[in-house]
Design a binder for this molecule. Structure first.
Ligand code: NAD
Length: 419
């Protein structure tokens, strides 16, 4: 299949960042050649009984980018637009994301070409169990540990865990993460990405000699990542002055009241008209005068066209790929600090790792214990990234890739190339 423009852009973006990091790291070309390919790509086609009369054939994939630092880790996506090339790019990103926060995994990604909204619960369960069986060639608690992504959730993870467990004859909760707490999920998983992002933001402020107290933050989005950030930030002292969704946003320079906005949103299904707010467009949100801008919705939002008008003092990328290459250069020239996605949104995979550790030891932590471990990992990773950024005079993004690639390169140095 020829890559679509989007797949190609994601892959180009990752490869471009790897090239920039390599220039500074002086890695051998042979290692870069290894990093630029995915280690294993499994394509499966399988039938699913949709009803007594109807059987449909689905295509699914599991891609493992690199296993040098440990088992593969990455989400499973159920979406009509899933392609192998898209998954390859995301598997690569996962390798660097895991390495930047120093958790012992390589990157993976997988998915099934389907529209989960058109599947009944029983069809979705059958599809999941059959897909789990097909990819059991690769997955396992010490081999490859899937997690939820677009179109999949805790229920899908529970079905995969059950299917795998039935095959081996005993319960193996550590084969997937993002499970319900009742079957070995971790406390604190739901808002882990947002909490991780909050810790990264707090560190970035501290670097500039500021605390979060009274800082104004504009958040693009109001889904899982953005909504939880809008809830958590005021508790940490910051003022959330704007949020949005695909239809547009709302603004209050004195700070939005999260509870009232969420109530309004759940009641009316729209942000517009929320108490004590005025409507703004997504474009206006991105150029608001604020201490921090957190794009937490979709990719390619800060572009060559609007980067010159961004008035935030820093950008923390909760979303994956919200800033284009061209925009990145403009922001860098303007001295606006960008905390890159591979660090800023790594809280989710970090708590996935903590879930796996708890499953393996069969001993579970309280939410506070999970948050404290997450905070320590995010803070240390932020510090390591910024130390490289200062030492090599590179952007935080290039530094994050340098840190990640150097860690994987070290694993190769010690392990050597087999045979
Ligand atoms: P979500 O589907 O829960 O929310 C997405 C939000 O974006 C919604 O509020 C939606 O209305 C909004 N949106 C969609 N199109 C938009 C547009 N054109 N303009 C403005 N807003 C728009 O998704 P999520 O889980 O919150 O993920 C958001 C981003 O964070 C994605 O890039 C995702 O890859 C990244 N991320 C999420 C997690 C996680 O644990 N949820 C982890 C890592 C990275």
């Amino acid at each position: 299949m020829t890559p679509s423009k989007d797949d190609q852009r994601t892959l180009d973006m990752v490869l471009h960042q790897m090239d920039r990091a390599t220039e500074k790291l002086h890695l051998p070309q042979s290692l870069l050649a290894i990093f630029k390919e995915c280690h294993r790509c499994l394509t499966v086609t399988f039938p699913v009984r949709m009803s007594d009369e109807d059987v449909r054939v689905f295509t699914g994939f599991r891609v493992q980018h690199n296993l040098a630092r440990g088992p593969a880790k990455g989400g499973l996506r159920y979406h009509p637009g899933v392609t192998l090339d898209h998954l390859k790019a995301f598997a690569m990103l996962m390798t660097w994301k895991c390495a930047v926060v120093n958790i012992p995994y390589g990157g993976a990604k997988g998915g099934v070409v389907c529209n989960p909204k058109e599947l009944t619960p029983i069809q979705k369960e059958r599809l999941t169990r059959r897909f789990a069986t097909e990819i059991s060639l690769l997955i396992g608690p010490q081999r490859d540990i899937p997690a939820p992504d677009v179109g999949t959730d805790a229920q899908v993870m529970a079905w995969i865990m059950d299917t795998y467990s039935m095959h081996v004859g005993y319960s193996v909760s550590s084969v997937v993460t993002g499970k319900p707490v009742d079957v070995g999920g971790s406390r604190g998983r739901e808002d882990a990405t947002s909490r991780g992002c909050l810790y990264a933001l707090a560190e970035a402020m501290r670097d500039q000699g500021k605390s979060l107290d009274g800082r104004s933050v504009a958040i693009q989005g109001f889904g899982n990542a953005a909504g939880n950030l809008a809830r958590l930030l005021p508790d940490a002292g910051a003022k959330v002055i704007a949020v949005s969704n695909s239809k547009g946003g709302i603004f209050n320079p004195s700070g939005l009241d999260y509870r009232r906005v969420a109530e309004h949103f759940h009641r009316e299904g729209t942000l517009e008209g929320a108490p004590e707010s005025v409507p703004i467009t997504n474009e206006e949100l991105l150029t608001l005068d604020c201490d921090a801008l957190i794009p937490a919705a979709i990719e390619d939002q800060i572009t060559e066209e609007n980067a010159g008008r961004v008035r935030a003092r820093m950008i923390v990328e909760a979303a994956n790929g919200p800033t284009t290459f061209e925009a990145d250069r403009i922001l860098e020239d303007r001295g606006i600090v960008v905390i890159p996605d591979i660090l800023a949104n790594a809280g989710g995979v970090t708590v996935s790792y903590l879930e796996w550790v708890q499953d393996i030891q069969s001993y579970f932590w309280t939410s506070d214990e999970v948050y404290e471990r997450l905070r320590r990992i995010m803070t240390e990773s932020y510090g390591a990234m910024m130390e490289i950024s200062r030492r090599h005079r590179v952007s935080a993004r290039t530094a994050a890739y340098m840190l990640a690639m150097e860690r994987v390169a070290k694993a190769y140095e010690w392990r050597g190339i087999y045979p």
